[in-house]
Design a binder for this molecule. Structure first.
Ligand SMILES: Cc1ncc(COP(=O)(O)O)c(C=O)c1O
Length: 395
């Protein structure tokens, strides 16, 4: 039977990672995957996470099955953190623990499909590489809206024009901050325009939060999501704890749904649980227990926030250094594009051929679409990265 299987497409990111693994040049630089690395080149376990793990090991809670919604203390803490303590009232929202941000996106897509079979989800062009596959795997139609202009900055007018075609009960997938892959985010004015448009035309935003805390800071990064929650009756939110808690491997996240109707929210809860039941039954406990322990303890929470701020500052310093060096090397236009971006990623205005040259001649690995992970570079390697980019960008 398996002989019948046609060759499936290979994920380009993991293919590039394998090529990097096989490269034996000592100066090689892996900027492919969205992972934070410190000055030592490692992805650290955050101090608060380590301390929470010790607390949990001492507590030694039973490993008995949890419910279909996962860890309920985690779900409560995530609602408070994402929506704000004084923000959206708890009776307007529900949360279910998921297998990281990816699981949240998939459960929410399933929820949309059950509610409105065959409806359309709008994603940015370009989008996070897994957005379209997840939405299509759940049986939804996908359309795209413009994201960046020819100048490398956010194309607010193009986005709003495209989304003017999104109809009632369609879904618009928006990244809450630090857009992957471009690092380009809408202004506060554009977020307000999006809320107006959604309110007028009746489409529902699905906010994907994967990098909150790594742009302008936790509260500032969550502000657009909270504004949508206050202004719109319905909102879907996919939350990942992979980057801002460094829990990549523990697959921790949640799906949040807002509705003014208590009856609708009860149905949503059951629909999300049913979707989880057929996909993986229950999410893994460890990461959620860590996050709940941190968020429920003032000291651990403060330690987590301080370390998150340090990570954010390091990413910003990397970007600033690369920007200055590119300007010094006579690439002011490139430098201006980089300076306007934020978060872990930048999309360089370089074509596939230039990215292949970067890999072949300088052992610098980014995606062929120009994305590099700013959070993965050690300070001492930035001069070499800048020289490589300047060399392949010509001019
Ligand atoms: C925009 C975006 N959403 C969701 C995810 C999924 O993250 P997770 O590892 O939590 O599944 C990622 C991961 O890179 C991402 O960049």
């Amino acid at each position: 039977m398996l002989e019948l299987l046609p060759a499936p497409p290979v994920d380009p990111l993991w293919e590039l990672t394998a090529a990097y693994g096989a490269d034996d040049r000592p100066e090689r630089l892996n900027l492919v995957l969205g992972v934070y690395r410190d000055e030592a080149g490692t992805t650290p376990v955050m101090r608060a996470v380590r301390e929470a793990e010790i607390v949990l090991a001492d507590r030694s809670a039973s490993k008995e099955y949890r419910g279909l919604s996962g860890n309920t203390a985690f779900n409560r803490a995530m609602l408070r953190t994402v929506l704000g303590a004084g923000g959206t009232p708890a009776d307007r929202a529900t949360a279910i623990q998921t297998v990281a941000g990816t699981g949240a996106l998939r459960l929410l897509a399933d929820l949309v499909r059950h509610t409105r079979p065959g409806t359309t989800v709008w994603i940015s062009d370009p989008a996070y590489v897994n957005h379209r596959p997840i939405m299509e795997a759940a049986g939804l139609r996908v359309r795209t809206y413009r994201w960046v202009g020819a100048d490398g900055h956010h194309d607010a007018a193009g986005m709003l024009e495209d989304l003017g075609q999104a109809g009632r009960d369609e879904v618009v997938l928006l990244q809450g901050c630090c857009h992957n892959p471009t690092g380009v985010d809408p202004s506060g004015r554009t977020w307000a325009d999006l809320a107006d448009l959604a309110g007028r035309n009746g489409w529902v935003p699905l906010v994907d939060l994967a990098y909150h805390g790594l742009g302008d800071g936790l509260e500032a990064d969550l502000a657009p999501t909270r504004m949508l929650a206050e202004r719109l009756p319905e909102l879907l939110i996919a939350v990942s704890c992979s980057k801002n808690f460094g829990l990549y491997a523990d697959r921790t996240g949640c799906a949040i749904v807002l509705s003014p109707s208590a009856r609708a929210l009860r149905h949503v809860d059951t629909a999300l649980q049913n979707a989880a039941r057929t996909l993986y039954s229950m999410p893994p406990e460890h990461g959620a227990a860590i996050v709940a322990t941190i968020l429920e303890d003032d000291v651990l929470r403060a330690s987590w926030q301080a370390e998150l701020d340090t990570m954010r500052d390091r990413i910003r310093a990397n970007r600033a250094d690369l920007t200055t060096r590119l300007a010094d090397l006579g690439r002011p236009a490139l430098a201006a594009v980089l300076a306007g971006q934020q978060g872990m990623f930048s999309t360089l205005p370089l074509g596939e051929e230039q990215m292949l040259r970067l890999r072949g001649e300088f052992a610098i690995y980014g995606t062929t679409t120009g994305r590099i992970n700013i959070a993965g570079i050690q300070a001492e390697r930035i001069p070499c990265l800048a020289r490589g980019i300047a060399a392949v960008s010509g001019g």
